[in-house]
Design a protein around this ligand. Structure first.
Ligand code: PLP
Length: 386
């Protein structure tokens, strides 16, 4: 049997990983500033994480949500404490799309409405509602097309106010990434998030903060929306939550009440997933990784700002993007194959940095030296085939 060929891949096979480094099958070491797409939050194969998962696996790996699973409550308490959202309620699932799917359904159950406001350049996942609120027609199948989604320009306060004035009593939810990831690292402004809060309060709509990529400490605060000083009604989480173990969830404000079986899942919240998520929170806390993300993020942005050819350096914490001019369009490929550094991208010409929140200054310096060297070489020999 062949694999269903949907991924454009790099010809690299990773066989070992530790901290911010990975090694291929030939023993070459790479610096990982991509984190397997923002997933590696506390560093590859962190010893506490490995030990907690091993211990849990040797006790009980899985049982369904038909019995008591005390480690779920343990996770909820820890998450409440570390995120500062102690009054919220946790529902666990398995992926970012599923988290958003559940958040949108829950909003619609809550106020019995159908319309959803989403934003240009958004990405919320590939399941039916999550993809319907994603601004990319190429991945929306005919069966997912709906008139229930209204796309507005990102950070445009007047169009948001206008749509609420016109249709506020029909709006089930507003869904927004605190920092758009796939869309190219676009930070939602504090006043825009405050405006969403105000309109949702006025019209009893649900504010959903998609924190799948920008959450779990990546921005230097637990949720990037926290910079605005207002709370969302539902936060969705995945990626960094399990440091590679598939675990996701939504946290739900207290005014939204559960009804038996309105949401459900077979795998969500299983023992191993909870152990992974707890290990991540324990390390975030004990190693002060939110502060490290802020500090190293500022350090990287300051270093990148000294490179004149890099445009529009932006982001928060360890979620950073910058635009590449035409003459540097091969920079990402050259960093990977010549300097052995993984970075992320966004179309058409953005480099995205999504490293472990435990990134060291030494690793940041290795990256800054390599990118400076590579840009110098590309500019001095523009037609060189790399
Ligand atoms: N939401 C955001 C902001 C994302 O970046 C992603 C994935 O990149 C998703 C949702 C979907 O997550 P998953 O691929 O786990 O379904």
């Amino acid at each position: 049997m062949k694999l269903f060929d949907v991924y454009p891949i790099n010809d690299i096979t990773i066989t070992k990983a530790q901290g911010s480094s990975v090694w291929d099958d030939k023993g070459t070491k790479y610096l990982d500033l991509y984190g397997g797409h923002a997933v590696i939050s506390i560093g590859h194969t962190h010893p506490h994480y490995v030990e907690r998962l091993n211990t849990q696996l040797s006790q009980v790996g899985f049982y369904s949500n038909s019995i008591r699973i005390p480690i779920q409550q343990e996770l909820a308490e820890k998450l409440g404490k570390v995120s500062g959202k102690e009054s919220y309620q946790l529902f666990l699932c398995n992926s970012g799309a599923e988290a958003n799917e559940n958040a949108l359904k829950l909003a619609s159950f809550y106020n019995n409405r159908k319309k959803i406001i989403a934003f240009k350049k958004s990405f919320h996942g590939r399941t039916s509602l999550a993809v319907a609120v994603t601004d990319n027609p190429k991945i929306i199948a005919p069966v997912n097309q709906t008139d229930n989604v209204i796309f507005l320009p990102f950070n445009d306060e007047s169009s948001l106010d206008a749509i609420f004035r016109a249709q506020g009593d029909q709006i089930a939810a507003v869904i927004i990434e605190g920092i758009q990831g796939v869309g190219g690292i676009n930070v939602a402004s504090e006043t825009f998030l405050q405006k969403i809060r105000k309109n949702c309060d006025q019209y009893n709509s649900v504010f959903i903060a998609d924190s799948v990529q920008c959450g779990y400490g990546r921005s230097g605060k637990f949720f990037s929306q926290d910079y605005s000083g207002v709370n969302a009604d539902i936060y969705t989480m995945a990626k960094g939550m399990g440091n590679g173990f598939p675990v996701a969830g939504i946290i739900i404000a207290p005014h939204i009440k559960p009804v038996p079986l309105m949401l459900g899942t077979t795998f969500g919240g299983n023992h191993l997933a909870c152990a992974a998520a707890l290990a991540v929170l324990e390390v975030i806390e004990s190693e002060n990784l939110l502060e490290n993300a802020r500090k190293m993020g500022d350090y990287l942005q300051t270093g990148l700002a000294k490179i004149p050819l890099l445009k529009n350096i932006r982001g928060r914490g360890l979620m950073i993007g910058f635009d590449l001019p035409e003459e540097l369009k091969d920079l990402r490929k050259n960093l990977l194959f010549k300097h052995h550094i993984f970075t992320g991208e966004a179309k058409p010409a953005v480099i995205r940095l999504l490293p472990s929140l435990a990134l060291s200054k030494n690793d940041a310096d290795i990256f800054l030296a390599a990118i400076n060297e590579e840009i110098e070489s590309m500019v001095s020999t523009p037609n060189q085939v790399n």
